[in-house]
Design a protein around this ligand. Structure first.
Ligand code: ZN
Length: 205
């Protein structure tokens, strides 16, 4: 489990933490756990999420187990610089949906003495590194990768398999559209999808 390092109270130092993983890996729950601990320590806490994530009520970070903390939807990572300047701990949820400026914005906040905790999907449904996450992970002091359980074999899962045919990168995560899979089940699934696509094509020709 991640434990906060305890810095000097007089000289405030900032840093970046990243919590990443697949769908159903508990990223948001871990973000909320860290933020609640900071709240108990009477620190100024604020959460932001990209305004593209409108799955649930506006102005709320909601995790799948319904323990939620209020948050502010923002359209662009540069908005964080204005909104977060007086805050000690900045939480960012669904970080993968932010623009490419997010890692530099997080670095600027950390340089101002702010603790930044960003949670997001590290890979998209095709297993490709997702949006600003790779740079953010490279620039962070602490990276925590959390895992789901593979729905086919029960191993640890780090891929988010999409069960619908949509090619849209921003398809928001309802439980019925994604399955967490381990590498070998993800590969097996992709190979069988490619095989059946080839059969369909052969039938059409
Ligand atoms: Zn598996």
């Amino acid at each position: 489990m991640f434990l906060e390092h305890t810095g000097s109270r007089t000289h405030r130092k900032g840093w970046i933490e990243v919590i990443c993983g697949s769908m159903f890996s508990g990223k948001t729950e871990e973000l909320i756990r860290r933020l609640r601990r900071a709240e108990f320590a009477k620190q100024q806490v604020e959460i932001f999420k990209p305004s593209v994530d409108t799955r649930y009520a506006e102005a709320e970070v909601v995790s799948h187990d319904a323990s939620s903390i209020r948050s502010t939807p923002v359209p662009n990572s540069s908005n964080l610089l204005l909104l977060a300047s007086d805050i000690e701990v900045v939480g960012i949820d669904e970080a993968q949906f932010f623009d490419d400026g997010l890692p530099e914005v997080c670095a600027q906040l950390a340089e101002q003495g702010i603790r930044v905790i960003a949670a997001g999907l590290d890979m998209d449904y095709q297993g490709r590194p997702f949006g600003p996450m790779p740079r953010l992970m490279a620039m962070a002091e602490y990276v925590t990768k959390v895992h789901a359980i593979c729905m086919r074999c029960g191993d640890l899962a780090n891929f988010s398999h999409r069960m619908t045919a949509s090619q849209d990168l921003i398809l928001l995560g309802e439980t019925d559209s994604y399955q967490p899979l381990c590498r070998s089940c993800f590969l097996a699934q992709r190979n069988s999808a490619e095989a059946s696509a080839a059969t369909d094509k052969a039938h059409r020709e």
